[in-house]
Design a protein around this ligand. Structure first.
Ligand SMILES: [Zn+2]
Length: 493
């Protein structure tokens, strides 16, 4: 009898501990409040400047010969004409084509500089019939500016310029040097070396520059509903996933398909692909994702999720199992693999002599391209199928989670969008930002915009990209405050 009492007693204590920990962990979301207006910044003026930038189709292409570089020249002329004070006050350099570096000299040369990144290029408009307004019109419907680049990312480029121009007009000089670095070809993806953000970062590194923080595209202020949170959430990208495409390949004799072997080369690689799908990589919580759940889970409505995050010491495996199955979040806790291409013989009645399937993986920081290759080879478990890396880039760096920049971002997001909870996250796609890890420990993907048009699909790279004008004005205010209030480290600090 005594042991059953002991077990019941222990269970009681456990439940008590879990409940108390959850109760202490839980926070109440701030009641909904209207965003703060950007004082002294006319949304119409900022919007008109963005519209002008959108009208210049700076479309990039993997083949530089396919790019209309005169548009980039026009874009530069436009910046000169629109932001005269910046062009009088800052040093400007144009490198490796149309990449731009501006340096605004600060008043304290002992303070470490900071950098704002943007890319000047946009993706093509694609299917014109999908657009409500022409993609390079910069159409103003009264509420929003429409067109390619309004979200990705002429919006950021313009509000950064706008913030600096206005501060200069006020007679302001920043404490530290402020750099604006605008690449010419981020959208190309696999950049030819030395042609874009990598060229800028390499040049600055050569000069011995180290940034106290770097801000680029990525996270935004968003409605927390998708994360099960009441109120707004500001997500700041502190890392991004690596990228690797593997080829699973097999050879066989070939010949006529009327006398086939038991398994053809294509049959073998298809079986291998099925094995890859059946054995996903184990989920795990890397530091920034753990921190993400610690910051947002207290506000989550679902009690069980709060209970689990408050008691990860007990529930981590179960928690990972559950969230690993949610597509958006699942990709943040594991290296994903997607079978994307296959090739067999040239004709339907010919046996392939060689066949492959391609598997595209997005790799969590902490895991290497080679480790993932070994995982694939292991689960395929077939000596006839080889696994090789077709193309890859590895990203291992994670920005500091406790920096001055993170604190400033959190404070300013909450200032203009009261009640906003700021959290780090891991970006799925790539950005220019990764090139800057060589010259900064604090590289953040943060765009200070909130998209107030609820439920509307205004995604990047899609038709009908558009941005609310008031969101633009607030972003200008946030960047102005950021520059004024940022109190970074000194060179020897
Ligand atoms: Zn972009």
């Amino acid at each position: 009898m005594w042991w059953s009492i002991a077990v019941i007693g222990l269970l009681f204590v456990l439940v008590l501990v879990l409940t108390v920990r959850t109760a202490l962990f839980t926070k109440k979301a701030a009641p909904p409040q209207p965003p703060k207006e950007a004082e002294g910044i006319d949304p119409e003026e900022v919007a008109a400047h963005l519209a002008g930038a959108v009208r210049i189709p700076t479309v990039s292409n993997a083949d530089p010969n396919q790019v209309d570089w005169t548009q980039f020249q026009k874009f530069h002329d436009y910046l000169r004409a629109t932001y005269p004070l910046i062009h009088q006050t800052m040093e400007r350099e144009q490198i490796a084509g149309y990449n731009l570096i501006y340096r605004w000299p600060g008043r304290d040369q002992n303070a470490k500089p900071i950098a704002f990144l943007s890319h000047q290029d946009v993706v093509p408009a694609a299917d014109l019939s999908q657009w409500t307004y022409p993609p390079f019109s910069g159409y103003d419907d009264g509420e929003s500016i429409w067109g390619r680049g309004t979200l990705d990312m002429k919006n950021q480029l313009i509000v950064v310029m706008e913030a600096c121009e206005r501060l200069i007009a006020q007679g302001y000089t920043p404490r530290e040097d402020v750099y604006l670095c605008f690449g010419q070809n981020e959208e190309v993806g696999d950049l030819p070396a030395g042609t874009g953000a990598d060229a800028i970062a390499a040049l600055l590194q050569q000069r011995g520059i180290r940034f106290d923080c770097v801000l680029d595209e990525g996270g935004t202020i968003a409605d927390g509903k998708a994360m099960g949170v009441d109120g707004k959430v500001c997500i700041v990208g502190v890392a991004e996933k690596g990228f690797a495409t593997y080829r699973l390949e097999a050879q066989s004799k070939g010949g006529h398909s009327s006398r086939p072997p038991l398994h053809t080369a294509l049959g073998k690689v298809c079986r291998a692909a099925a094995q890859v799908e059946a054995h996903p990589m184990k989920p795990r919580l890397i530091a920034p994702v753990r921190e993400m759940f610690r910051s947002i889970a207290p506000y989550m409505k679902a009690y069980t999720l709060r209970l689990m995050v408050a008691n990860l010491w007990l529930f981590e495996p179960l928690f990972l199992k559950i969230i690993g199955k949610i597509p958006m979040i699942g990709a943040m806790v594991s290296t994903t693999s997607a079978v994307t291409q296959a090739q067999g013989s040239q004709q339907d009645n010919i046996l392939p002599q060689h066949a492959y399937v391609a598997v595209n993986c997005r790799i969590l920081p902490g895991q290497t391209v080679e480790e993932v290759r070994q995982h694939l080879q292991g689960v395929i478990d077939d000596p006839d199928v080889t696994v090789s890396v077709y193309k890859s880039h590895q990203v291992q760096e994670i920005s500091r989670l406790d920096s001055r920049a993170m604190q400033t971002i959190a404070r300013l997001s909450d200032r203009y969008y009261p009640g906003t909870v700021t959290t780090p996250y891991v970006m799925f796609g790539g950005s220019d930002a990764r090139n800057y890890y060589a010259i900064s420990d604090c590289v953040y993907r943060y765009m200070p915009f909130y998209f107030e048009i609820e439920g509307q699909n205004i995604g990047i790279h899609q038709a009908n990209e558009h941005i609310p004008k008031r969101s633009l004005a607030r972003a200008v205010a946030i960047f102005m405050d950021f520059i004024k209030e940022y109190e970074g480290e000194d060179h020897n600090g």
